[in-house]
Design a protein around this ligand. Structure first.
Ligand code: SF4
Ligand code: SF4
Length: 209
């Protein structure tokens, strides 16, 4: 097993303090690295770091690694880890706590492509459809070809219905999406203005009066 060296400069005490000060941070320090959370997680094989590793990384304040990992986005909030943790640590809530921090830091979600397809399907139909999700995502993600035999076996067993269950009126839903887009646009503009302001301040040295 490859050992990774953690450099002191990779640790961010402010990030560590921030997470520890949230409701979920209360018990984080008591994690004994038993791995029950990782063993219970149905999607840990898809994660950059499993829940056990992520808890340890937060304890160490490894901000960049934690916030840039796909783990916080892959988590399906199934709560298996939270109900089984012998120390009462709630990794599910930890993921939910870390997501807005990553967004506020302007870190892009590695699964953006899937999220885009998912929200597109929900916006148009009002409901998620496995068939549409798989087919549309496959067009965007070439790696999905590897899942073709699995998809076919699901289809043959009648577990992948082709019919799309559509909501009668998607107008309200569309309004919610539009509101979200507006907020996102505003936040982006604010961030850009802030960055431009900081740049200009740096570029314009103070002149003697
Ligand atoms: S189950 Fe709880 S104590 Fe065990 S490694 Fe996971 S978070 Fe830590
Ligand atoms: S809540 Fe998330 S991290 Fe916990 S077991 Fe489920 S998918 Fe894994």
């Amino acid at each position: 097993m490859k050992k990774e060296i953690i450099l002191v400069e990779s640790r961010d005490p402010a990030f560590q303090d921030l997470v520890l000060s949230t409701p979920v941070g209360e018990k984080l320090a008591t994690c004994m690295q038993c791995g029950i959370c990782a063993g219970s997680c149905p999607v840990s094989h898809e994660m950059d770091y499993n829940p056990r590793q992520l808890v340890r990384m937060v304890q160490l304040g490894l901000k960049n690694e934690v916030l840039n990992s796909n783990t916080i986005w892959i988590c399906t909030s199934c709560f298996s880890c939270s109900v089984r943790c012998p120390r009462g640590i709630r990794p599910t809530e930890l993921m939910e706590t870390l997501r807005p921090i990553a967004i506020a830091e302007g870190i892009k979600n590695k699964n953006e492509r899937f999220d885009g397809v998912f929200s597109d399907v929900v916006r148009k139909n009002g409901r998620a459809s496995e068939f549409l999700l798989i087919s549309k995502y496959s067009l965007k993600e070439p790696e999905m070809i590897k899942q073709a035999p699995f998809g076919l076996s699901l289809f043959l067993k009648g577990k992948l219905p082709l019919a799309v269950d559509k909501m009668e009126n998607t107008l309200e839903l569309d309004t919610i999406f539009k509101l979200g887009e507006k907020v996102e646009k505003k936040e982006k503009e604010n961030k850009e203005n802030k960055e431009t302001g900081m740049k200009t301040e740096k570029e314009e040295p103070e002149t003697d009066k």
